[in-house]
Design a protein around this ligand. Structure first.
Ligand SMILES: O=C(O)c1ccccc1NCC(=O)[C@H](O)[C@H](O)COP(=O)(O)O
Length: 263
């Protein structure tokens, strides 16, 4: 069993448990449920933003603890001030050390789109994402059937949420595309064995239909890579570890962005 299988197995238990504790009615009555989500596309394309989707990532299965000394509010507000186009907040606890309250804290502190970064397998989690103040949800092709992707994407769009589909190869891309997607992300990390290769994004760039925003995800640590990805047609760049591994992720993104815009 690989790590994705383990995560999905645990996620099924978590969702079943969550449904016993919080009803759909309660989620629908939550403070954020009726707010209108920000447009992911607008923030990705805005002249005064960078395309960076900056991730709050305490730990990961591949790296263990990355940073457990910083707070969500400090880091995410620094990311947004440094002109990140969006924030990514992990809400998976067992494998990434994230939590629902991380998303709620990021929402309270920021006026930019926020991705609920989790392993979505059930419509209930989409309602949670809306209730907790997310603007974007992630659907990972490697763990969902085409029918599940279409259904979950349809539910999310019905709630006004933005949908990011994540793929790792052409086969996943071809079988997963549906109308209710806003963006397609190419993950440079193989989630089964943790190997990373930026070339994955370049290989798939031209295969992504022009109607979708193109995002490159994982293992980005150089501004020169972003420039090449932009030339290949990418609009967004999901970066976690490169900022989070430093003592001051806010300073790290500021320095990164000043280098990015200096040429
Ligand atoms: O990061 C991991 O180890 C990982 C393992 C298993 C499933 C997902 C995993 N990461 C999720 C991500 O996609 C990344 O957090 C995100 O793209 C940022 O990547 P990075 O900039 O390399 O931290």
């Amino acid at each position: 069993m690989n790590i994705l299988d383990k995560i999905v197995l645990r996620k099924k238990e978590e969702v079943a448990l969550a449904k016993q504790h919080v009803s759909v009615k309660q989620l629908e009555a939550a403070q954020h449920f009726n707010r209108s989500p920000y447009s992911f596309k607008e923030f990705l394309l805005a002249d005064d933003r960078t395309g960076i989707i900056a991730e709050f990532k305490r730990q990961s299965p591949s790296k263990g603890v990355i940073n457990d000394k910083v707070t969500v509010a400090d880091v995410t507000t620094a990311y947004a001030s440094a002109r990140a186009s969006a924030l990514s907040v992990l809400t998976d606890t067992d494998f990434f050390g994230g939590h629902q309250r991380d998303l709620l804290e990021a929402r309270a502190a920021n006026k930019v789109p926020i991705l609920r970064k989790d392993f979505m397998i059930d419509e209930y989690q989409i309602l949670e994402a809306k209730a907790w103040g997310a603007d974007i949800i992630l659907l990972i092709a490697a763990i969902l059937t085409p029918q599940e992707i279409a259904t979950l994407a349809g539910t999310a769009k019905g709630l006004g949420l933005n949908v990011l589909l994540e793929v790792h190869n052409q086969e996943e891309l071809e079988r997963s595309i549906c109308t209710d997607l806003d963006a397609i992300g190419v993950n440079n990390r193989n989630l089964a064995d943790f190997t990373v290769n930026i070339q994955t994004s370049f290989d798939l760039a031209d295969q992504i239909p022009a109607d979708f925003m193109k995002i490159s995800e994982s293992a980005i640590s150089e501004t020169s890579t972003i420039k090449l990805l932009k030339q290949a047609g990418f609009n967004g760049f999901l970066i976690g570890e490169n900022f989070m591994k430093t003592e001051d992720p806010g300073l790290a993104i500021r320095e990164f962005v000043s280098e990015l815009i200096s040429v």
